[in-house]
Design a protein. Structure first.
Length: 873
């Protein structure tokens, strides 16, 4: 059992650093027995803080460092002059300004956490956010200490021909014994979490970008040898992002060299290190035969995200890690806007909200609920969350909604004018927005401060005589620390019974009170309100819509998000009713009106857009639906949702088949928004058609699988077969075997193969997953493999939450095995337990036992410990 719970770190305890570091020289010598890092730091006592007068000790952070030497101003210190404990180096007395030199040895080959400097396949790579730099050398590992870095790497030339670090190359050459060196100098001050270096054997794709002011930026994408033909899409994405940021925000690239390095072992998606982004291969490599439309789009978004960080995160960084959303919420908002401008704005918004409801709303309702700006944490790596990222982006989006696009742009200009080169807080960002717009954000700051999703309840009244329509909103957030109201922008429009939008009545209401009424005058008849258009605030909105009103909005709303939302509300109502019916042993009822609405969508896709119709015909996911229930019966919910799918498949068989035929590809594959939309709808049709369990439909899927010239269609057919019922078993097994056979050499495609089996609704999925953990394709030390197999299973509501607790017990053992190697990844898996209290007493008992066995596991990491402790609450 853990002997003690680590103390939380508190925002309220923030104090400025006692010492600053102006410059850093790193000499990094890669040897067979480890890497020796010699760091020379120009340190200075921080004027303007208490430290200036008190001469405090110098305390630096370090982890798993073998310290070989410590010197101050060239004098090697005797061991008695400093103290090293588990995580700090303390030198009791230092001058006001001095040079510290430390020499340490680190073991990148033994670094299984993938934080700091570590080995992966073809070489050595770094990951320093949030606190990985301390695993490379002694340092003040906090984002408000910003320094200028120079780095020299030495390594064997044949094994590691590519030597990279941030900034500009300023020297290179050969050394004795077949070795070589390279020196890089970064002209920008940066916090150490943005440090990166690479020593590896890699191929490179080069290009250039001419900035608006006429500078030329050298672009390079480095990948594992043999993969250059999977780089062009990422390169195009990079150039598009650079041009977009100039156009939309007037932000130009400040670098001479912008490099992306792809690595197959990486805990997260990608990292915005200054001038030297390090990416998970998943967000770089793409070719039509190995990557889906969604992969292509994700690559655009992630490449853009990391590039945008160069301003929002790097030029202006965070004062402390509580401010993480300052860079992440804002940068996600920026990559969302880029995605909307370059793909399909309507569908982008729908997908954002779908994602928010599947991940962030459950987080905000569960044991890990925290504000966009948390007030405390035990392990910062646990706070790279949907709340900080996606809810944070919603908060930034609301700021733009409140002040308008132009003022928002002026606010961004003001933010950079005030804070370029600084480490600042979320308050500083909002203050710049306020200065540029005159808007008072005092009440709005509640969005940064409180956990939980506000629930807004709306009611309407119509006074025919006065021709007056009123909407009354009430807001509440039981997770908040008090009952004070939020400032909530609610976009509304009114529709008449024929589906005409009432002119002059579309507006953004600012809800500022707990209960507040808004009046609309000159309304000729009782209208249908369309509330929260474009999802103008991240809230749960209740309004007693009738199915007829929702059907009208689905057909008539010109705001694509709210049209989609109306359809989702209709489907949600039916599925939840059916869940209750099934749990009570009754048969569900599917009204003809819903089928008719679906038929109208399906036959009208040319007018409404295939991508939109694909979204509208996709039922809300089980995790999203589960949040709406007090106690979840996953079997009944699963049966209800699939029952509705099967009902639609039967009732609309002819329409699905016709659309499937009409949407057949007409030319060569391109990952364009238009083509991707058509493929998405066609594959939605395929999925429905296969619900019918008929040999002809299986054949259709097999034909598509065999005939596809691109991964989108091939994988959609495989996924449909992988979920098909008992009779399709031979077809399913044949397709899975063929897919592995064909793609076993492409790691990212193998991930898809693992995920499609782990996410399958077949009853024996746990046994399959257990078997796959022993398959040569699986590797517990590769995060992508773990996420593909284990996290996908953990998100498989009906199978993970099996009534006998087998899913939980299996998962707990996997987490223990993983925690010993990679606590960050183990901790992400542990999050699959978050919602255990929403299930029945039997399941809860099993989940509690699994969580307690984790809690009591010897040597459990701080990462997993925090998640388990919060879950057990
Ligand atoms: N800042 C990166 C994400 C990232 C965060 C933490 C990491 O290691 C713990 C790695 C990457 C981004 O937002 O893209
Ligand atoms: Zn980011």
């Amino acid at each position: 059992m853990r002997s003690e719970t680590p103390a939380p770190i508190l925002l309220a305890d923030y104090t400025p650093p006692a010492y600053l570091i102006d410059t850093v020289h790193l000499d990094v010598d890669l040897r067979a027995d480890g890497t020796v890092v010699t760091a020379t730091l120009a340190c200075v006592r921080n004027a303007g803080t208490a430290a200036a007068a008190t001469n405090p000790p110098l305390v630096l952070d370090g982890e798993e460092l073998e310290t070989l030497e410590v010197a101050v101003d060239g004098q090697v210190l005797p061991a008695s002059a400093y103290r090293i404990d588990a995580e700090t180096l303390t030198i009791a007395t230092v001058p006001a300004r001095f040079t510290l030199r430390t020499k340490v040895r680190i073991q990148p080959d033994a670094n299984t956490q993938l934080s700091g400097f570590y080995r992966s396949k073809d070489g050595y790579f770094t990951q320093c956010e949030a606190q990985g730099f301390r695993r490379i050398t002694w340092f003040a590992d906090r984002p408000d200490v910003m320094a200028r870095f120079t780095v020299t790497l030495h390594a064997d030339k044949a094994a590691y021909p590519v030597l990279l670090a941030n900034g500009n190359p300023v020297g290179q050459g050969d050394e004795a014994d077949g070795r070589h060196y390279a020196t890089w100098e970064d002209p920008f001050k940066k916090p150490c979490y943005l440090f990166a270096m690479v020593a590896a054997k890699l191929d490179v794709l080069r290009d250039t970008f001419a900035t608006a002011s006429g500078r030329t930026v050298q672009l390079a994408i480095y990948v594992e040898p043999g993969k250059l033909d999977q780089c062009p899409h990422a390169m195009e994405a990079l150039k598009k992002s650079m041009a977009w940021d100039e156009r939309r925000f007037g932000l130009e690239c400040d670098l001479d060299h912008y490099m992306i390095v792809a690595v197959g072992d990486f805990n997260m998606g990608a990292m915005e290190n200054k001038g030297l982004n390090i990416f998970n291969t998943k967000y770089v490599l793409a070719r039509p035969d190995v990557a889906t439309d969604v992969d292509f789009e994700n690559i655009d978004r992630v490449v853009a995200h990391e590039y945008f960080h160069n301003w929002t995160g790097n030029r202006v960084t965070c004062r402390d890690w509580f401010q993480l959303s300052l860079k992440e919420g804002l940068t996600v908002f920026r990559d969302q806007e880029f995605g909307a401008d370059t793909h399909n704005r309507d569908v982008a918004r729908i997908r954002e909200v779908r994602g928010l409801r599947a991940a962030q709303f459950p987080e905000d309702a569960g044991p890990m609920a925290h504000p966009v700006r948390p007030a405390s944490y035990i392990e910062i790596n646990n706070f790279y969350t949907a709340t900080v990222y996606e809810k944070g982006a919603e908060v930034v989006r609301m700021i733009q909604t409140l002040i308008g696009r132009e003022a928002f742009r002026a606010g961004m200009d003001e933010y950079f004018r005030r804070h370029d080169g600084q480490a600042v807080t979320c308050d500083d960002f909002v203050a710049a927005m306020s200065a540029a717009s005159g808007f008072d954000f005092t009440q709005f700051m509640r969005w940064y401060r409180e956990p939980g999703t506000p629930r807004v309840t709306a009611a309407s009244a119509y006074d025919a005589q006065a021709r007056r329509y009123t909407l009354t909103f009430t807001q509440a957030n039981p997770k908040a620390s008090d009952n004070a109201p939020y400032l909530i922008p609610i976009r509304v429009a009114l529709f008449d019974a024929q589906g005409q939008e009432l002119e002059g009545h579309s507006r953004t209401l600012l809800l500022t009170e707990t209960t507040q009424t808004f009046a609309f005058d000159n309304v000729a008849s009782a209208p249908v309100p369309s509330l929260l258009r474009d999802f103008s605030a991240p809230v749960l909105l209740d309004y007693p819509y009738t199915p007829a009103e929702l059907t009208l909005l689905l057909a008539a709303e010109s705001d694509p998000f709210n049209a989609w939302e109306a359809g989702q509300r209709l489907a949600t109502g039916l599925i939840l009713e059916a869940t209750a019916a099934i749990a009570a042993g009754r048969a569900p009822v599917w009204p003809e009106s819903f089928t008719a609405a679906a038929r109208t969508l399906l036959t009208g896709y040319e007018a409404r857009g295939a991508a939109f119709v694909a979204e509208a015909l996709t039922l809300p996911g089980e995790a999203t639906l589960a949040e709406l229930l007090d106690e979840v019966n996953p079997d009944a919910l699963h049966a209800a949702r699939n029952g509705l799918r099967r009902h639609l498949a039967e009732a609309l068989h002819a329409e699905f088949a016709a659309a499937y035929a009409a949407l057949a590809p007409t030319g060569p594959y391109a990952p364009s928004a238009d083509q991707a939309g058509r493929r998405a709808l066609r594959n939605v049709c395929l999925g429905y058609l296969l619900e019918r369990d008929a040999p002809a439909e299986r054949q259709r899927a097999q034909d598509q699988y065999a005939g596809a010239d691109n991964m989108t269609d091939q994988f959609a057919a495989l996924a449909a077969l992988a979920n098909a019922n008992a009779a399709a078993r031979p077809a399913r097994e044949a397709a899975l075997a063929d897919f592995y056979q064909r793609w076993q050499g492409e790691a990212l495609v193998v991930d898809k193969w693992l995920a499609v089996q782990a996410g399958s609704r077949l009853p024996d999925t746990l046994a399959t997953v257990q078997r796959l953990t022993a398959h040569p394709a699986f590797d517990l030390s590769n995060p992508n493999k773990v996420y593909a197999l284990l996290r996908t299973f953990g998100a498989n509501l009906v199978r993970f939450h099996a009534a006998d607790g087998s899913g939980y017990a299996f998962f707990a053992e996997q987490i223990k095995a993983l925690d010993a190697r990679n606590p960050q990844v183990a901790s992400r898996l542990a999050r699959c337990f978050d919602r255990w209290k929403k299930f029945d007493a039997g399941r809860q008992a099993h989940a509690r036992a699994a969580l307690e066995s984790l809690r009591d596991h010897p040597g459990l990491s701080r990462d997993v410990g925090e998640i388990v402790m919060r879950a057990l609450g």
